[in-house]
Design a protein around this ligand. Structure first.
Ligand code: HEC
Length: 290
């Protein structure tokens, strides 16, 4: 491929990106707001990058938008039909103080200002990425524990009270679960892979593999006892959090696009990918069932 070809392809891609951006904006602008408001807290008068989610009573669809630099959010009318909506927010470090429900009519846009308060339970809001970032210890050790997130979150580990002595039995139990097991639905594998020396030594990730390699069990057990609650009622390290999504820039349009069923079928919404990359788990919750 010569440079002229590359230039032509690049030009087409840039053109397509512009068209999509334009369509996205016109779609958002052509629909008047069904529900708008401001998000604030005692700490921040105008909170940018707060995810505001609305779910109509009886519906399985949750729609999410993000606040702009002025702390404003707006749900376009073509996304919220009239009804009573429950409101949730996602802003690390904060809980919704109120109000948490609103009536949306077909005529006038509803207005609902949201007040947030500092959360009492920051740990409950931490994503896996934030736990890993907060945990002391080497990158190698943490890398070895990535497998643990295949079946459940790291908060389960951080909140446990197992000592270094008790961990090996737990790790052994983890190695017996089949892929796709969840704490609410544990599924034991029929047999152990220990008959196969290669599988017995390898990391979890494929069916029949233990989450921690045999020779690393003791080291891992000792490490896990330093990040959980085995020796104190609270964590010995500071809980670190990612900045809110507003930092990504141009976020709102993407957030608006992300919550419609149509965009789901066009592929995983970019906002979810970006949020995931930053470890924001709440964004994935606008699932579309039924
Ligand atoms: C293949 C799936 C799977 C993997 C991988 C996995 N777990 Fe689990 N884990 C489970 C299931 C299922 C439960 C709930 C049932 C139970 O407790 O045995 C659970 C529960 C737990 C609990 C809470 C239970 C308790 O007794 O407190 C801890 C702690 C835990 N896992 C730690 C880990 C660690 C550490 C890793 C990585 C080294 C890991 N898990 C990897 C499936 C898995």
């Amino acid at each position: 491929m010569n440079s002229r070809h590359i230039f032509a392809i690049a030009a087409v891609l840039v053109g397509a990106a512009l068209v999509f951006t334009f369509l996205d904006r016109t779609e958002a602008q052509s629909s008047p707001a069904a529900l708008t408001g401001m998000v604030s807290s005692a700490q921040e008068a105008r909170m940018e990058g707060v995810l505001v989610s609305a779910k109509r009573a009886g519906s399985t669809v949750t729609t999410t938008v993000a606040t702009d630099a002025q702390g404003r959010y707006a749900f376009p009318r073509n996304r919220l039909e009239p009804g009573t909506y429950s409101i949730r927010i996602r802003a690390i470090g904060y809980d919704l103080d109120g109000p948490s429900s609103v009536q949306v009519s077909g005529q006038q846009p509803a207005h609902l200002d949201l007040k947030l308060r500092k959360t009492q339970d920051l740990a409950a809001q931490l994503s896996n990425g934030e736990w890993f970032m907060s945990w002391p210890g080497s990158v190698e050790m943490k890398n070895g524990l990535l497998n643990c997130t295949q079946c459940h979150g790291l908060s389960l580990i951080a909140r446990s009270r197992y000592t270094a002595k008790e961990w090996p039995a737990v790790l052994d139990r983890m190695g017996r679960y089949s892929q796709g097991s969840m704490p609410g639905r544990p599924q034991l594998r029929p047999g152990r892979a220990s008959g196969n020396p290669i599988l017995a030594q390898s990391m979890s990730g494929r069916e029949g593999e233990a989450p921690v390699r045999g020779e690393l069990i003791t080291k891992t057990a000792e490490y896990l006892a330093t990040v959980n609650l085995s020796s104190s009622p609270t964590w010995s390290y500071e809980l670190k959090t990612y900045p809110r999504l507003a930092m990504l820039g141009g976020f709102q349009h993407r957030a608006r696009r992300a919550r419609c069923a149509r965009s789901q079928t066009l592929g995983r919404p970019r906002v979810v990918q970006q949020a995931r990359a930053r470890g924001v788990s709440g964004v994935s919750e606008h699932r579309h069932e039924g």
